[in-house]
Design a protein around this ligand. Structure first.
Ligand code: NDP
Length: 419
């Protein structure tokens, strides 16, 4: 019996909301609140006849902390699920603290305007000290740890697939398969085809920023940074086949390095097709990925936002996307003094997801873990106060919930390793 405020009503939120409505005994009441209320109303009207969950909607600009506080005070939720954009993480955390409510999200904070001088000064200091240059990192949200702890509240960070399930896979490997973990390779493969020459599977601005940034990995206690897309491997993925994958910086490496300190190397690879990479390079070369506003015919335009307006809406890819995703982690390490390897992963079918919730697998593989993370907090399975990432909690009930609600695990005890 709980009341949940869900902020955001895009691709990922829509899946999470569908899934919450499949568990009305826990999600008794939900309020869907977003910048554009009409999208919330449309989804609520679609779901209301099919669920016992009571759904209301609201308009909120989550960049404005006062608006979020007013909404929380009016609705009185047990939990706020932030499934808007990473830009809103801090304002929503502030509002949760002000109102004494638990918080969760699916991606760590990054600023909308990376030219903001105040943010830039802190960012440049971090680049030098930490040794990686991604715009996003955990420092902003980890800085809230004491405040959440003192308030007796929990903030669960990054309960999507990666970050999210991948960290639960690490916690599971640590708990059940290894005494010590030596290396972790996170492999994110999208074998889906949507038929467009170029489109992104989730918010284009966030996606293109991530993919065009330098890659980096954790080795022997420090970051190694490399030019974007400069480390390429081929891997044969179960139920997908051979794919080219590239080493990227990814946020969970940062928390895993902290929470599994014995790991000597942690890397993240994502598959990309040649057409995607050619388009991205070209767009980057002509300045279309820039976040710095340009003046065009007397109007200020942010190039990447203009590009977003031209690209297919990720939510519209659902009916066209065919194929499967395969995301998981390969470990090497030791158990009972012996060397061993282990691979745990999920395979998800784009068309099956579309049939069930009207979305492709990228939104599905993020929205289901968002619901399962909320389920852990609301049913008292995860209760540690403070600000925590997924690998800090017991992985067993979370992986059981994922098995049950659409993302079952597969495993191999003799996987091919990535060199
Ligand atoms: P979308 O762009 O599809 O949706 C974002 C939603 O947030 C929209 O409903 C948007 O409203 C709303 N929103 C944006 N700004 C505000 C604001 N100021 N106030 C209130 N609402 C706002 O994004 P996705 O669904 O693709 O992604 C959602 C989140 O999931 C992102 O943080 C993304 O990084 C993360 N993600 C995480 C993954 C993981 O595995 N962990 C994988 C994929 C995504 P409007 O309709 O008005 O634009």
């Amino acid at each position: 019996m709980s009341k949940v405020l869900i902020i955001g009503c895009g691709g990922v939120a829509s899946v999470a909301i569908h899934k919450c409505c499949q568990v009305p005994e826990v999600f008794t009441e939900i309020c869907i609140a977003s910048r554009t209320k009409s999208k919330c109303d449309k989804l609520a009207a679609e779901l209301a006849p099919k669920t016992a969950t009571k759904i209301t909607t609201a308009q909120v600009d989550a960049d404005k902390v006062d608006e979020v506080i007013a909404l929380i005070k009016a609705y009185q939720p047990d939990l706020v699920m932030n499934i808007a954009l990473p830009y809103q993480d801090l304002t929503i955390m502030d509002a949760c603290l002000a109102c004494g409510v638990n918080y969760m999200d699916t991606a760590n904070y990054e600023p909308e305007n990376t030219d903001d001088p105040e943010w830039r000064a802190i960012y440049e200091k971090r680049c030098k000290e930490a040794g990686f240059s991604a715009y996003f990192d955990y420092s902003w949200q980890w800085a809230y740890a004491k405040k959440f702890e003192e308030a007796g509240l929990t903030a669960l960070l990054g309960s999507g697939f990666d970050p999210g399930v991948t960290q639960a896979y690490c916690a599971y490997a640590k708990k059940h398969e290894f005494d010590t973990i030596d290396t972790i390779d996170i492999l994110d493969c999208n074998g889906g085809d949507h038929g467009y020459a170029f489109a992104t599977n989730f918010n284009p601005e966030i996606n293109l920023r991530e993919v065009s940034a330098p890659g980096s990995y954790w080795e022997n206690g420090h970051w190694v940074e490399i030019p974007a897309m400069s480390i390429k491997r081929e891997y044969n993925f179960d139920q997908v086949g051979d794919k080219d994958m590239y080493l990227l910086h990814h946020e969970e490496i940062e928390s895993l390095a902290k929470n599994i300190p014995e790991a000597k190397r942690i890397r993240f690879f994502m598959t990309f097709g040649q057409s995607y990479l050619d388009h991205m390079r070209c767009l980057e070369d002509v300045g279309m990925l820039s976040t710095t506003p340009v003046n065009f015919n007397g109007q200020e335009i942010v190039p990447i936002q203009f590009l977003k307006a031209l690209l297919p809406d990720p939510a519209s890819l659902g009916p066209r996307t065919k194929g499967k995703t395969n995301i998981g982690c390969i470990f090497t390490g030791k158990k009972d003094g012996k060397e061993k390897t282990y691979y745990i992963y999920n395979v998800c079918d784009h068309q099956e997801c579309y049939k069930e919730v009207g979305s492709q697998a990228i939104s599905y593989t993020t929205g289901v873990p968002a619901m399962c993370g909320a389920l852990m907090l609301l049913t008292g399975k995860w209760t540690t106060k403070g600000v925590h990432t997924v690998e800090e909690f017991d992985p067993d009930p979370y992986l059981d919930a994922l098995d049950k609600y659409g993302l079952p695990r597969s495993e191999s005890h003799s996987p091919a390793l990535v060199d």
